[in-house]
Design a protein around this ligand. Structure first.
Ligand SMILES: Nc1ncnc2c1ncn2[C@@H]1O[C@H](COP(=O)(O)OP(=O)(O)OP(=O)(O)O)[C@@H](O)[C@H]1O
Ligand SMILES: [Mg+2]
Length: 312
C-alpha cells in the first residue's frame, strides 16, 4: 500500500559532478513508501549516478537527500542495512554455487541462524532456483543470474530496493519472471526504485522519472506521460528515413516526425484529414513505404518529443 504523504526517498537539489561533467544536477526526487518508481533516460543521463548516490556509494557534490528517514551524508551507515542495491554491472561469484553466493551475502549482512536458513530457502523458491542451488553461478543462464543477484540483494530484507537496469540484455520471458518477483515484493510493501531501458517495464511502474543530462525532465504516472503528446500518431517503414523526414516535416498538419531506425512515427493534427495528403506526398516523391498504421502514442514517443524540444 502506498502512503501518499510518506516519502521514503527524498532529494533536494542533489548534485554530483565529475570534473566538468554534471552527472546529476539539482535533482529533486521523491519516492513514496511502497512505490515502484522507474528511472529512464538515454545513455549517460545520470541514472547510475543517482542510484549510487542514494545507495551511499558516492559522495554528494551539493544538495541533500534522505533515504528511509536518514540523512544520506550524515547517517549513511544507518541507511545501508535498509537498502538493497543491485549494480548495473553486478557481480556474482562465478565459481561459487547459487547457495554459496547467497551465503556470501548473508555473511556480509550478518544474517545468521534459523533466519538465514529460512530466508535462503524462501529466496531460492522465490527466484525459482531451488533445483539449481548447487550449480555454479557461471553456469546459470543470463536470466537466472539476474534472479540470483536479486535474491542476494534481498537476503537482509531491505525496505528499499535500488535496482540499476537489472534486466538489461535478458530475454523477454526472463524479464517477465523477474518482474513477477518485483510485483510480489511490491505487494509485500517493499519500495522499488528501478532504472530500465525498456518502456514496457517503465509502464509497470507507478511513476516514472525521465533523466536527461543529469536533470529530471519529467516525473509522472505512465498514463499521464502518454497523454502529453499532441495529435494522432501514424507509423510506417521506409528505406530512406532522412529524405522521408525532410519531405514530411514540411507538410500541413504534421506536428512532429520521429524516426526509430527505418520506422517513421508521424504526429498529425488529424489522421483522418491528413493521411490522404501524406500518402500522396510519399507517392509523388517515389518513396516506397509499407506497414502504414495508426498507433497509440506511448511513453517512448513522449520522451523523444520532450528531449527533442530541449535539444532544439
Ligand atoms: N566515475 C566517473 N568518473 C567520471 N565520469 C563519470 C563517472 N561516472 C559517471 N560519469 C559520467 O557521468 C554521466 C552520467 O553517467 P551515468 O553512468 O550515471 O549515466 P547512466 O544514465 O547510468 O547511463 P547508462 O544508460 O549508459 O548506464 C556520464 O557523462 C558519465 O560519463
Ligand atoms: Mg547506468
Amino acid at each position: 500500500m502506498i502512503d501518499d504523504d510518506k516519502f521514503i526517498i527524498e532529494t533536494q537539489s542533489l548534485s554530483r559532478h565529475f570534473g566538468t561533467t554534471q552527472a546529476v544536477e539539482s535533482l529533486d526526487l521523491t519516492v513514496r513508501e511502497g512505490e515502484i518508481f522507474g528511472l529512464v533516460g538515454p545513455d549517460g543521463a545520470g541514472k547510475t549516478t543517482t542510484i549510487r548516490l542514494l545507495a551511499g556509494l558516492l559522495n554528494i557534490t551539493s544538495g541533500s537527500a534522505t533515504v528511509a528517514g536518514f540523512d544520506l551524508q550524515r547517517q549513511a551507515e544507518a541507511i545501508k542495512p535498509r537498502i538493497g542495491y543491485m549494480a548495473q554491472q553486478f557481480s556474482l561469484y562465478g565459481d561459487l554455487s547459487v547457495e554459496e553466493n547467497l551465503a556470501f551475502f548473508a555473511d556480509i549482512y550478518r544474517v545468521s541462524g534459523e533466519e538465514r536458513q529460512q530466508r535462503t530457502e524462501r529466496l531460492l523458491q522465490f527466484a525459482q532456483l531451488t533445483e539449481f542451488k548447487q550449480r555454479r553461478a557461471v553456469h546459470l543462464s543470463g536470466g537466472m543470474q539476474k534472479k540470483l543477484a536479486l535474491a542476494c540483494t534481498l537476503i537482509h530484507q531491505p525496505q528499499v530496493l535500488l535496482l540499476d537496469e537489472p534486466t538489461t540484455g535478458v530475454d523477454p520471458v526472463s524479464r517477465r519472471e523477474f518482474w513477477d518477483i518485483l510485483a510480489e515484493l511490491h505487494h509485500d510493501g517493499t519500495t522499488i526504485l528501478i532504472s530500465t531501458p525498456y518502456m514496457d517495464e517503465a509502464e509497470r511502474c507507478q511513476r516514472v522519472g525521465l533523466l536527461y543530462e543529469g536533470r529530471l525532465m519529467m516525473c509522472d504516472q505512465p498514463r499521464r506521460i502518454r497523454e502529453m503528446t499532441a495529435g494522432e500518431l501514424v507509423e510506417f517503414h521506409v528505406e530512406d528515413w532522412q529524405r522521408t523526414q525532410r519531405i514530411l516535416a514540411g507538410l500541413d498538419g504534421v506536428l512532429e516526425v520521429q524516426t526509430y531506425g527505418n520506422v517513421m512515427r508521424i504526429f498529425l493534427d488529424s489522421a483522418d484529414k491528413r493521411l490522404p495528403s501524406l500518402e500522396a506526398a510519399l507517392r509523388a516523391k517515389k518513396i516506397p513505404y509499407r506497414g502504414l498504421r495508426r498507433k497509440l502514442a506511448g511513453m517512448e514517443e513522449a520522451f523523444v518529443s520532450l528531449i527533442r524540444s530541449v535539444e532544439d
